[in-house]
Each structure stands twice: as C-alpha cells, then as structure tokens.
Ligand binder design. Structure first.
Ligand code: ADP
Length: 738
C-alpha cells in the first residue's frame, strides 16, 4: 500500500516543530538543572559554613574543657596544699586533735592525739568506742570508778546536744580535758588539751589564797587583841588622869594631867581608826541600821566639837532642811562617825571663819529620802592635785601648811568606805586658801514617827518674832525655821538695830538673841531690850549654855546652839500656852529629898587591880555599896551571896570569863525563879563579833574601855531599883574588895 502522500514540506515542518519542541524541553531541563545546581551549591555552602562554625565550637569547647581540667588540677593541688598545711599546723599544736566520721570512726588525728594512747593504742579507722576502751583499760586513772560505767557515761555524754568538756585523769598524773563537738554532717571533732600545768597553777593559787586569808584572819585577830591589850592599860591611864584632874592641882600639874588624858584619848581614836580600817578591808565591818534622829545626831556631833571650835573662834552652824523629817533608818554609830570625821576635819583645817553642816533632801517615789549632807568650811583648802589623794589610806596633804595638824590619814578613807557600805557617794570641792566643801548623798528610809506630845495638836500661837544675830547664816536659818511655824520674822544684826526695830515695829511675841553679840553692843543686849520696854519672852541662843549664869534673869529660856528644830518648836509651843511651865534648861536635877531605904548594891567583876581602883574612884561620889570580884567564878558566887542590883562585868578574865559568868547567872536566875539582874559588860574589845557574842551571853549593855565616869554613873542611876536610895553624888561607898 502506498504511503499517504505527505508533503516534504509538511514533514519538514513536523520535524522542525519536533526539534523546536525538543529544544524547548532541553532548554527547560537545562534551566531546571541550573536552578537545582544553584540550590545545591547554596546548600553546600551553607553546609560548609555550618561545618566551619561547628568545628570552631568544637575547638572552643575542647579549649574550655582543657582549661577546666587545668583549673581542676590547680584547685586540687591547692586543696591538697591547704590540707597539708592544716595538718602540719595541727601537728605542731600541743593539743590532741581528731576527727571521727558519722559512724564514729577515727578519720584523722594528729600525733598528739594518738600519742595519748601509747604505742599500738589507737589507729585511724578505730571507733570512738575503741578509744574509750583503750582509755579506760590502759591509760586513764578512773579513781575507783567502774570502767564499764565510765564508758557508758562517756558514750551517753556524746549523745547530748551540747557536749560538756570532760577532764580525764591519766595514770601518769596528767589531766586531759576532752572538748568534743559534732559537725553539721555528723562528724565529731575532738580536742584533747593537757591542763596539768594550769591545774597545778590553780592549786598553787588556791593555796596562796588560803594562806592570804589565814594571814588576814590572823591580822584581824591580832588587831583585835592589840586593841584589847592597849585599851586595858589605857583604861588605867585615861581613867586615872580624869580622876586626877578632879583633885586639887597646881596649874602646871593640871596641864600635865590634862595632857595625859587627851593624849590617851587621841591614842584611842587612832586605835579605833586602824581597827575600823582593818575591818573594812577584811569585809568584816557590818552596819546595824535602826531608826534614829539624824538632826539630833548632827547636833550631838556639833556639841562635841563646839569647845574646840570655840577655842579657835570658829562658828559652827547647822542648817537642817525644814521640810525633811529628822528620823531615818541607818546605823547611827557609823553616821555619827562619818559626821564627826567630816566636821572634825573642817574644824581642824579651818583657822578662822565658820563651818556649816547642811542637810537637804527630797522624798523619792517609794517613800525613801535622798539626802545630801554637806560640810562647808572657810579653811586652808586642798590643792586640785591632792583631791583624789586624800581619800586614800594614810594619805594626807603633804605640805608645810598642813603638817602641823595631827591625824592618821585614815579618817576620809574610812568615811568613804562607810558611805559606800551605806550605798552612797562622797565628793569634795575645794579651793586653796578659801575653804572646802565635803558632801555625801545617801538614800535612807524614814524612821517611824515617835509620839513626842508636841505634835500638831499644840499649834504655835505666837505671831511675830524678832531675831538678833550678827551672823547672816544664823539669821537666815532661824528665820526659815520660825516661818515654818507661822511666825513673821524681823531680823537684826545687833542690839542698836533691834532697839530701832522695837521702836518702829511695835511689840513682838518672842525675841531670839544670840549670846555672842559683839562687845560694843553692851554686855547684855537682853537687858537693854527689856529696859527699852520689850515685854516679850526672850530666848537666848548660846553655844555655851552653862556659862550664861547671871544674865538668865532676863531670859525665858536658853537654847543651846545649834538649835534642834524639835527643841525650838517645844519652846515656842510652851510660850504659846503660858499655863505650861517652861522646861528647865538641860541641867541634871539634883534630888532635894533625902530618901530613906537601903543603899543600891553594885557588883563589879574586874581582874585588873588598877582598873578596880579606877572603877572604885569613878563611882566614889555615888551612894552605893560596891563589891569587886576578880574573876567570873567569884562574880557568880558574889551574885548569890551579895544579891547586887547591878553587875558590871569585865569580859576577859582568868578562870571564867565574863560571858560564861553571865550565862551562869542567867541560868541560875531561871532555875531559881529569881529576878533578872541587869548586867553591863566592860569590854576592851571593839570588834563587832564580840558585841554579838556578849549580848548572846545574856548581857544587857556594853561599855567600851577606857571607861568614862559619866557613863558608869549614868548606868548606876538608870538601874537603881525602887527600894534603894537614889545613888546620886553622896558619901563614898564602903567598897569591900572581893
Ligand atoms: P587626817 O585628818 O587624820 O589626817 P583624813 O583622812 O581625815 O586624815 O584626811 C586626809 C587629809 O585630807 C588631811 O590630812 C588633810 O590634808 C586633808 N583634809 C581633809 N579634810 C580637809 C578640810 N576640811 N580642809 C583641808 N584639808 C582637808
């Protein structure tokens, strides 16, 4: 069959189309290939970039790892070094050091620790219990304690929250103190310290302390004895001198006798100072607080110092705060000692002018009072660099102007200590050549109020007072006192001024005149006021009430200076009620009536012959029957046969001492149903312990030697029984030596 006839051109055209199509396809595939290639190469590039980055990272990671490894190595070696150093240090210390782990196994220990247990004793890896076993069996001296009990106790100890140190005594005599402490991870750190040397030192110190205490006791006892030994003969010296002064003597002899007496008394003051100081030092001094009248105590001190002040022409002035009570609770004896010392010093170191003792105070919230007591003088003063020095022991201001004054230099040291014991403080302000002011403050409870019968039920009815006193301080104090009692006060310096006031201001209800007015005011200002028409009662203020004598006719009363507030009040009250008699000025009232009845019987037990003589002379003026016993046994016998109304009992006597004798008398009184005889101890011991033991023996009162005539006579008068004649001055007693 014949092929369809296709034109060549068509075939050509078909071929061309086919070729074109193929070419187009090729072109497209080429493009696709190119695109794929491009993408591939992009991928390849990215991949190679990634490879580069990762390789770098790997490199740096590797570098860092090496660094860390390096650091680790370094730190490890440093830690090893530190540990090595630590252990070297631990090895060098003398204390044993060990660490146990949580299972109580010894993980490390220094040689000092291991050495405690001896060779082959304890090794690393051993348990704490093994350590205890070796200690208890081989090393420690358990001093009789059972080893098992000891281990049990030691194990128990470890279980406590706070492990107490434990001292273990070793058989070789050493003492080891174990300090154990549990760490946070359960480890136990143990330190073993050898305290043998410290214990030996402690024992030595303890021994030294015991020795020192024994020495101090011996010193106190020695001082007490010395005081006794010195006081006994001094009793003879001072007592006899006192008696001698009462006899007829030439002026020269009187001077000698007075000197013996005053020197003896001065010596006793020194003995007391030394004794007090040694007691304070040995902490033996005790206070005996009781209610007392501080104002009265101050006045008594002033009265005691008055003669000395008068001799020097000094004025002694007291200013006791009028808004304060006068009664407080404190040790009155010690308070008097403090005041005597400060005021005594002020008088001693003041050649001219005045000494002013002032008490001010305020009530505290609890009812106690804070008191400030100051003693101001116009004396020689104290240099600033000496101020601290004077409160020390045996310290006095060392200079020419001062050394003419006597003294032990203990007074202020004692005063400061006493004030300290009372809970107070002392201070001083001073200026050389101008004067000093010593002050102290104390907090004291008020004393109970005593019914005096002069209380507010008897108001003062006087309205106007005239005060005549040359000294401004006195005028001010007196004015303040009078004003509190409701009086209007006119103050004058002298008699002419007083006369002028009288003329100008009309009548007064009371006139108070100081006795020591200047000479040019005339010999008797009271008389001149009377002559000028003053009708008011006149009160004379005197520091020497006894010497007022003849001028008394014009005056209603003589008030001793410094004036006690209570006394002034009583006089003002009495003047307000003229029906009441004014109290007689303080004078011993001599009994006018002659009493019938027997003589009072007095027994004195005293072994020393001289003191017997002194005693007999002292009671010589009393109307009593006096007998002596030479020891305690004789005293008890005489008490039975003589039946005394009063017994004076020396404390230290041979055979039977005063305490024993008093006890025997008290026992016999009880068993025989007899009345209790008053017993007064005569003691040369000034130690407080004696006072206590004396009172415990049944003795009622105590007099310290050297005896004073006035004290003895006062005791005899106080104990005179109803049936006997008053013993006041009379015929000498017919003493019968025992
Ligand atoms: P004493 O008076 O026995 O010497 P004190 O201890 O009482 O001892 O006083 C110590 C010293 O303090 C005195 O020696 C004196 O130098 C000085 N002194 C004390 N009080 C005064 C005073 N009021 N004025 C001046 N000096 C004083």
């Amino acid at each position: 069959m014949a092929e369809p006839i296709v034109s060549i051109s068509e075939r050509l055209a078909r071929e061309r189309r086919a070729r074109l199509a193929a070419e187009r396809l090729l072109e497209q595939k080429k493009r696709e290939l190119f695109a794929a290639n491009t993408q591939l190469s992009r991928h390849a590039r990215a991949l190679s970039d990634q490879i580069v980055v990762q390789r770098q990272e790997a490199e740096s990671l590797k570098g860092r790892t090496v660094q860390v490894l390096h650091d680790l190595e370094r730190v490890t070696s440093q830690a090893e070094l530190a540990e090595r150093r630590l252990w070297e240090a631990i090895e060098t210390i003398e204390d044993g050091f060990a660490v146990f782990d949580g299972e109580a196994r010894l993980v490390s220990a220094n040689q000092a620790y291991l050495g405690l247990f001896g060779a082959g004793g304890v090794r690393l890896g051993d348990t704490y219990f093994r350590v205890l076993e070796v200690l208890s069996k081989r090393v420690a001296d358990l001093q009789g304690e059972d080893a098992q009990d000891w281990r049990h106790e030691m194990t128990e100890r470890l279980a406590r929250d706070v492990i107490e140190p434990k001292v273990v005594c070793l058989a070789d005599g050493r003492h080891i103190r174990f300090h154990d402490r549990r760490g946070e991870v359960g480890d136990l750190v143990s330190i073993a310290r050898d305290i043998t040397a410290a214990m030996e030192r402690e024992a030595e110190l303890e021994e030294a302390r015991a020795k020192a205490e024994a020495a101090s006791r011996a010193k106190s006892a020695f001082l007490a004895n010395m005081s006794h030994e010195i006081r006994t003969p001094m009793n003879g010296v001072v007592g006899m001198a006192e008696l001698l002064c009462e006899t007829a003597l030439t002026e020269e002899q009187r001077l000698f006798a007075e000197t013996i007496r005053s020197s003896g008394e001065a010596l006793l003051v020194i003995i007391n100072d030394v004794l007090d100081y040694s007691k304070i030092e040995a902490e033996k001094l005790r206070l005996y607080p009781e209610p007392f009248d501080l104002e009265r105590c101050l006045h008594e001190v002033i009265l005691l110092l008055q003669p000395l002040a008068r001799e020097k022409g000094l004025r002694l002035v007291v200013d006791f705060d009028i808004f304060l009570p006068t009664r407080f609770v404190a040790d009155p004896g010690r308070m008097r000692q403090i005041l005597t010392n400060l005021i005594g010093n002020a008088v001693k170191f003041t050649p001219a002018g005045h000494v002013l003792a002032r008490v001010v105070g305020l009530e505290l919230a609890g009812g106690d009072y804070e008191l400030h007591v100051t003693v101001e003088d116009t004396g020689i003063g104290i240099a600033p660099d000496q101020i601290d020095h004077i409160f020390g022991e045996f310290n006095q201001v060392e200079d020419q102007s001062n050394r003419k004054f006597e003294g032990t230099g203990l007074g202020l040291a004692i005063t400061r200590q006493l004030i300290g014991l009372m809970g107070g403080t002392i201070w001083v302000e001073s200026e050389v050549g101008r004067g000093s002011c010593f002050g102290f403050s104390l907090v004291l409870p008020p004393g109970e109020h005593t019914a005096t019968g002069t209380g507010p039920d008897r108001p003062v009815l006087l309205k106007r007072a005239l005060v005549v006193d040359e000294i401004v301080i006195n005028r001010v104090i007196l004015q303040r006192q009078l004003e509190t009692y409701g009086l209007a006060v006119t103050s004058c310096r002298n008699a002419p001024e007083a006369l002028a006031a009288l003329a100008a201001q009309g009548p007064f209800d009371v006139i108070l005149i100081d006795q020591a007015m200047p000479e040019n005011d005339g010999p008797n200002p009271a008389a001149s006021l009377r002559a000028a028409g003053a009708a008011a009662p006149i009160l004379l203020l005197s520091s020497e009430p006894d010497s007022v004598g003849g001028s008394r006719g014009d005056v209603a009363a003589v008030l001793p200076k410094p004036i006690l507030r209570s006394q002034l009040l009583r006089v003002l009250q009495d003047l307000s009620y003229p029906m009441t008699e004014l109290p007689a000025p303080a004078e011993p009232s001599a009994p006018e009536t002659v009493f019938a009845g027997r003589q009072m019987r007095v027994l004195a037990a005293e072994d020393n012959r001289t003191n017997q003589l002194v005693f007999r002379k002292m009671v010589g003026d009393c109307d009593v029957e006096l007998r002596f016993a030479s020891n305690g046994r004789e005293a008890v016998d005489l008490w039975r046969s003589f039946r005394p109304d009063l017994v004076f009992m020396d404390i230290s006597m041979p055979e039977m001492d005063g305490r024993e004798a008093a006890r025997a008398i008290r026992a016999a009184e009880v068993s025989g149903g007899l009345p209790r005889v008053p017993i007064v101890a005569l003691t040369a011991h000034a130690m407080d312990a004696d006072r206590v033991s004396i009172l415990e023996a049944g003795i009622d009162h105590c007099l310290t030697k050297p005896l004073k005539k006035a004290e003895i006579v006062a005791k005899i008068a106080a104990f005179c029984p109803l049936g006997a004649r008053p013993p006041g001055p009379g015929a000498p007693p017919d003493a019968v030596p025992g």
